[in-house]
Design a protein around this ligand. Sequence first.
Ligand SMILES: Cc1ncc(COP(=O)(O)O)c(C=O)c1O
Length: 338
Amino acid sequence: MNNATHRLDLSSHPRYDLLEGPTPIQPLPRLSAHLGGVNLFVKRDDLNGLGGGGNKLRKLEFLLGEALAASADTLITVGARQSNHARLTAAAAARAGLQCELVLTRAVPRFDADYLENGNIVLDDLFGAHVHDLPGSANALEFANARAEALRAQGRDVYVCPLGGSSPVGCLGYAACAAEILAQSQALNTPFARIVVPNGSGGMHAGLVAGFAALGVDPQLVQAFTVYSKADHARANTLDKANATARAIDAALTIEAPAVVIDESQLGDGYGIPTDSMREAVRLMASKEGLLLDPVYSGKAFAGLIADVRAGRHAPGDNVLFVMSGGTPGLFAYRSAL
Ligand SMILES: Cc1ncc(COP(=O)(O)O)c(C=O)c1O
């Protein structure tokens, strides 16, 4: 990946500053030695400062840019009860002086007090968001759009963020991250043979694919583990989002299906449902490196990376980068599952 020379110009897209600059790339020496075979690195997107940190802040920079350009005074978004995206939307709204409403469904079959009231829910409340608590069967986006109309009728200017913040505008945050990773890889003189990410609503993956394509780097470099939907659905959804993001960067840029590499092996029984390999991954990362994965996204994706290293699916000596996407409040919500 070190030979790319293209530049990515996103300056025409409004952006509201929520980050402190590039997040570090760090080696994982103990875990690499423990697993053997490859050199593991992490991109610390969990270290983004606002609201407990995490990958969604990159998307929210562009989403808030668009919202503020449209003079919004209120943000509404949707998600599961323990949505990290919802929590960070609430934090970003607080930072920007906007009101925030979260439409959260009980779509994940966990009904213990920690899941329902701890973790992200505690923080949503601290950030001043108004939470709408909906059953698992509810259509959250429909509810959000109806609520937006009702608020508009009262004179408010409302911006609705989609699930996971993964509109083409939101995905630009991870296109920018692709350029950041490329620059760091060149500065560290460390070419990465693989970049591993979780795929939920697909925006992080789609943004990286579009960004690398725009930079002249083969997007197949990125490998995602789906944690939300079956691989066929995740592939189609991510390809659509990658193409919409690519068009927002450069009207002539298109992404072909093989560019989107998605593995379904860590989905288990479904979104938000713990697996034994996730538990092992969370514990291994914590006990060998002192770093925190989350139970819903990064824990499952890192479990996939561990399985691939053990199965010899990476060439010996390869540098493999894992994007730490945050979500640590989820550890408290999943206390009984760890
Ligand atoms: C901690 C964490 N990691 C990864 C993801 C997945 O990102 P995306 O929804 O863009 O696929 C999410 C999404 O909510 C998340 O909260």
